[in-house]
Write a protein that binds this ligand. Structure first.
Ligand SMILES: [Zn+2]
Length: 171
């Protein structure tokens, strides 16, 4: 990272198209880099699924691939960066989300599987996708889906409130 004098001992893929090419950072900067990087940015749910199925780099998937959908959401939302570990990413030692993410945003962002920073439009788009997929009507009245939808609704409400505040108060 320009201006940083700490040794670059931690690597992170340059992009999802360059998973074998790395930037090297100090611990603090690799955490910030990871927190800001939404691996699935711009991809539809179908594309994400295809990516997971097709990419032979996933030698150690940490979730069942037979039934994507809800489980994929849980996996992605629970720990987006775990996916990088599966792809051979190294250098992350327990830090779930970078320090620059406002503390009260971490849980809602993780629930919606979003990175930081994020725009209201991105939040709305992701919320609509998830709300549609987890709606009980789309899951034969499944109670678990209903619970997930409640959690998603709460996360959306929290993000919407926070993002509506003036930018000056966000720091
Ligand atoms: Zn650094």
């Amino acid at each position: 990272m320009p201006g940083c004098g700490a040794p670059g001992e931690y690597r992170a893929p340059k992009s999802r198209f360059q998973l074998a090419e790395y930037w090297w950072f100090c611990l603090d900067h690799v955490r910030g880099y990871n927190a800001a990087w939404d691996f699935y940015k711009g991809m539809s749910p179908g594309e994400i699924e295809a990516q997971l199925r097709a990419d032979t780099a996933w030698q150690r998937p940490s979730w069942p691939l037979g039934h994507v959908g809800a489980r994929l959401d849980d996996a992605v939302a629970g720990d987006p960066l775990h996916i990088l570990n599966a792809a051979g990413f190294q250098g992350r030692r327990g830090g779930r989300v970078g320090a620059e993410v406002p503390a009260e945003m971490r849980e809602p962002l993780a629930t919606l599987g979003l990175g930081w920073p994020v725009t209201m439009d991105e939040v709305k788009t992701r919320y609509k996708e998830l709300a549609k997929r987890h709606h009980p009507d789309a899951n034969n009245g499944d109670r678990a889906a209903e619970e997930r939808l409640k959690t998603i609704n709460l996360a959306y409400a929290a993000l919407r409130t926070r993002l509506a505040e003036p930018r000056a108060a966000a720091g």
